[in-house]
Every structure is written in structure tokens, then in C-alpha cells.
Design a protein around this ligand. Sequence first.
Ligand SMILES: [Zn+2]
Length: 160
Amino acid sequence: MWSGACAAGAGPHSGGETAKGERRMVREICRDEAFLAQKAEDATPEDLPVAADLLETLEHHRAGCVGMAANMIGVNKRIIAFDDEGTYRVMFDPEIVKRSGPYQAEEGCLSLTGTRKAKRWRSIKVRYRNEKFQERSKTFHGWTAQIIQHEIDHCEGILI
Ligand SMILES: [Zn+2]
């Protein structure tokens, strides 16, 4: 594992020639708060390899992490990956379009030390694009909804 802050842009790259994303790789976790505080840009189909690496990195950290946003691996795009009750999902350009049931949560983050309080919603409806960049929307509740809210915050440059 590398150490140090993320460069503005991509971290260590898989080396290209990965049109189908076979060579997924675990990337370094970005802990540079100035980088993480930037608002992420919209994703494009060219970012599919980033999503593959994001999933690989999330699975690598599965013992202590249930979701990740692309800026956590040094790529400032609106892409998140998370554990949806045992199934890993990826979303491009996720956006919360409906929310209900506010509560106070306490969360940790792989990019930060310790835990912090955050206001969350028990139920959210998310609009996003799937791997084919088709627009979709889905409602999530409870723990999964909380993970998604944390990761979407990352896309907005918000750290808990
Ligand atoms: Zn986080």
C-alpha cells in the first residue's frame, strides 16, 4: 500500500488497456481533506474502470468499510459503491430526490480518524445512472440508506 496524499486527479492507475475492466485494482485510500472537500464532477462512461477499481477497493476493505465514493480513491467523479445488504452496488451521478424521517447518526469514515455525528434520513429515494448510464431511481431504507447518504455527501465534498 502506498502512503501520502492523493494527487489532484487519479491515483496509481491500473495501466490502461482495461476496456472491460478485467484488471480491477485496489487503490490507495485518500485522506487529503482538501481534495475530499471538492465537489465531484459528473461521471461519464469512460469512468467505468474507476468504478471497477472502486468496487475492488471496497471489497478489499470490507471488514471496516461498507461504502466508498470515487474521491476516496483519488478520482473526483460522482461515483459511489456500497454494500446493499450483501450485494455490492455502483451508482453514477447519484442524487437524493426524496427523503423522510430525520435522525442523528454517528459515523466513521475510512478517510478520517474517529467518528462524527451526522443528520441522516431513514428513507431516501435516489436517482442515479447504472453501469449502462441508464437513468434509474430506487428507494432505500435504514442502514443501506445511511451508507448511501454518507457516500453522496462525499460527492458533494462533505465529510462527516
Ligand atoms: Zn466516508
